[in-house]
Write a new protein. Structure first.
Length: 199
């Protein structure tokens, strides 16, 4: 069974190359590039979690398809248990930040009230800061809205990549015909025990 290709090859060099380019971008480009990466990784997770990735691509994931939008992918992946509650919330926050930059004609930056407030709500960043509360210099680095967004995207990208690599494809479900045959086989076994002819 072929797995959908992953964005990162598992090496730190591959992930660090993305981070280096991502961090060098302007605010607007970083918001768009970061969320584009998350969207691609989430698509990979969905593809690696379905029986037939090619059918999923055609029927679900393409443009103008039910899961063609990032928000739909987040909601469905969350509903099917591929994403934890906090991760789904954080992905929606990243999406909303991207949308603010994509739809703001000018003057958008991470210090803008709307973006700053959204960037302050990432669960993954709060948890990372709580783990490193004994290192005040760490928390100061990630106080700015841009830094919080960058950290959230890096953490979510790494996590989505890990989830997609360990995703399990479901097996084909039993059909009504299969169930009927199973019931006929059981009935014939009981009939044979009684010395009756099969049905």
């Amino acid at each position: 069974m072929t797995r959908a290709s992953n964005i990162f090859d598992g090496s730190d060099a591959s992930f660090n190359a993305f981070l280096k380019e991502f961090q060098a971008e302007s605010d607007r480009a970083a918001a768009v590039l970061g969320v584009s990466m998350l969207d691609t990784l989430l698509e990979t997770l969905v593809k690696n979690s379905v029986r037939d990735p090619a059918k999923a691509e055609d029927a679900l994931l393409g443009t103008s398809r039910p899961l063609g939008a990032f928000s739909s992918r987040i909601d469905v992946a969350h509903a099917f248990g591929l994403l934890a509650d906090e991760d789904a919330t954080d992905l929606h926050l990243a999406r909303r930040i991207r949308n603010a930059f994509a739809h703001g004609l000018h003057g958008m930056h991470f210090a803008h009230d709307k973006v700053r407030d959204l960037a302050g709500n990432f669960h993954c960043v709060r948890r990372a800061n709580a783990l490193d509360a004994h290192k005040p210099e760490w928390n100061e680095v990630f106080e700015s809205p841009r830094a919080r967004f960058m950290l959230a995207v890096a953490m979510l990208a790494d996590w989505l990549d890990k989830l997609s690599k360990k995703a399990q494809r479901p097996t084909a479900p039993q059909s009504v015909g299969d169930y009927t045959e199973m019931m006929r086989t059981k009935a014939n076994a009981r009939r044979a025990e009684k010395g009756e002819p099969p049905v």
